[in-house]
Every structure is written in C-alpha cells, then in structure tokens.
Design a protein around this ligand. Sequence first.
Ligand code: LMR
Length: 398
Amino acid sequence: LFESVELAPRDPILGLNEQYNADARTGKVNLGVGVYYDDQGRLPLLESVSKAETARIEAHAARGYLPMEGIAGYNKGAQTLLFGADSPIISSGRALTAQALGGTGALKIGADFLKALLPNAKVVISNPSWENHRALFERAGFPVETYAYYDAATHGLDFPGMLASLRALPAQTIVILHACCHNPTGVDPTFEQWQEIVQIVKENKLVPFLDIAYQGFGDGLEEDASVVRLFAQQDLTMLVSSSFSKSFSLYGERVGALTLVTSSKDESVRVLSQLKRIIRTNYSNPPTHGGTVVSTVLNTPELYTLWTTELAGMRERIRTMRVQLVEKLKAHGVTQNFDFVLDQRGMFSYSGLTSQQVDRLRDEHAIYAVSSGRICVAALNSRNIDYVAKAIASVLTA
Ligand code: LMR
C-alpha cells in the first residue's frame, strides 16, 4: 500500500526545529521558528498562566467534553481582545467565535468553511507570507496566488504595488491579511494605508481573512487590534484567526480562535452551526486545559492585568534586541544599513540575508534561520546576540 509514497520535504519552519534538535554543537542558536525566549534563553511560563493553572489543578476539575465551539468565556475573551469590550459587533451578535487548535487550526476551519461556501474562489496571500498560508489554503482546495507586499530595495512596504494587486482581484477573492506584525517581514502598513486597503476590499467585494497571531507584540494589545476594528467598523463580513500561542507562551496547548463577523445575529447562528460540523468531523471538540487557562486569565481582572504586564515585558525585550542587533552588526564591521530592523514589528526581522548566507550561518556557526532570511529576534538574548551579530557579519562580508 505505501510503496509508492514519496518522502515529503521538510516543513520550511518546523523542519528547522528537527534539524536544530539533531545538531550536537554547543552554542547553537535557533532563530527559525517564531517562539519567544527570555533573556536566559528559556521558554517562559508566564506567572499569569501559572496562577491560572494552579487554580485549575487545585479545583480538581473533571475533564468532560467541551462544546464543539469550545469554552464560552474563552470565545468571549477572544472577541473582546479583537473588537474591544464595548463593541457593537459583539453586543449585536454579529461576531461568533470557535476555540481552535492554534492560529493554524483557526485558519483551517475557516478555509474549509470558505471552500464549501465559495468553491470557485481563489485565495491571495502577501508576497512573501507565512510559509504555511499557501500550503494550508492549497490543501483546502484553493488556488493560491500572491499580492505585492514587500519591497526588498527599501526593506519596506510596496504600497502602490499592493493596492494595484488588490484592485485587480475579482469579487469574492479571499484575501489573507496580517493584522499586525507581518510574518515574515515585520513590515506593516500604516493605519492610513490600512484605511485605503479596506476601501478596496469593500469596493471590490473581496473576502478579508485577517490573521492575528502576534497581538500585543507590535505596539500593545489595543493598538495591534486597530486594523481588525477598522475592518469591523466598515460593516464588512470577515474572518479572523487569532493565536494565543505567543502572547500566552502556550505554544503546545494549541490555543487559537476563529472569529467571523456576519451581517446579523441570525446569520451568526447559521454560520456557527456549519463551523460546528467542520469541527465535529475533524477533531470533535477542542481540548480543555490550555483553553481553560487562557479563559481564566482573560476573565480574571488581576490575572489579566498581570498578563498584559508580562506581555509588555516580552514586547520591550524584543525591541531592545532589535536595537542591540543593529549596534552589534555595526560594531562587527557591517557597513550595510540595518536600521530597518528597528522599524519592523513583532518577533521577526526579514534580514535580507540570502538563502546561501542562511546556509552558511547554519553550517559554519550553528545558527538556524528560515531560508527566506527571516530571523526570530525574540530568540536573541544578551548571551547569544554578540555571537549572532558576529556570525552575520562574517557571512555578509566574506
Ligand atoms: C512561525 O512562523 O514560526 C510560527 O508561526 C510557528 C509556525 O507554526 O510556523
């Protein structure tokens, strides 16, 4: 039966983890996957999370099945983070949310739902985008194309190109947009630019699918939701995939959410009934632990405040690493201007390194990065940053 099965290529991001884990060299550095490490190079367990977990364990809670759409308080918390506590989108019943297996799981439920609804539509993703966007939507049966986004010459946004691409799309094209902290480039449109983007989405009757996996890592929880709120204010129907993997440092718990904004409460009821069928036939219902922890933090004022402080700490540390990386590259003799790293938002920097230079970083220095040149700034720390800057300098200059 399996004789004809071919060996699949490694995943461009998670495959790096496999290679990194198998690397026996000491001092190795993993700048591949988007994971935040603290200044000691450890994956943090947030205190807010730890307190919520302790409370859960002490409660000796039984582990029954969750509803197919997950925990009500979790879903409400996800909506509040997206739209704000007083949003009419929420009070009118126009938003519906299903707890999902990470941001990826949310994208997949959304993709499967859209495929049934719009079987002939195409999906467009930014050029470049998160590697898994293309694979995920293609696997859901969509043709996937790109819209102009990044300008390598300026290390910034190709805004005219982006607008021209979006304007040329036929109605009902599904447009995947990174609501903040663009992955992989770290380059986001300004709010004024988003206002133009949303107008085209509206006029051309495109289907916006906002991906927000790094809320809180840009400028703050509220600030990073401004694009979602802008779209919601336009009376657009849309989809939003959220991830709490990074913001709660709960990667392995698969804590995400799919939120849809519909035209009415009645529509929301019907849409949710369809999402539940997709969930039921995929994994039945989501797991309890991570969802309960996130829900507890989001719905307990003291824990929520503690969490926002911890999130701000992660955000600030990444900023400091950006500043230090630029300084240290200069100190190690790099003459190219790397100031663009300071303007990038979120965990990543699209460094401009070529895939050959990335290969050399790995082979000669045991430093792992994505072949596109994306590096995870959140994995730099005061112990490894000098080593990394020196290694980057050596592959740039030699
Ligand atoms: C990343 O881009 O590295 C993260 O979103 C992790 C992943 O699943 O790829």
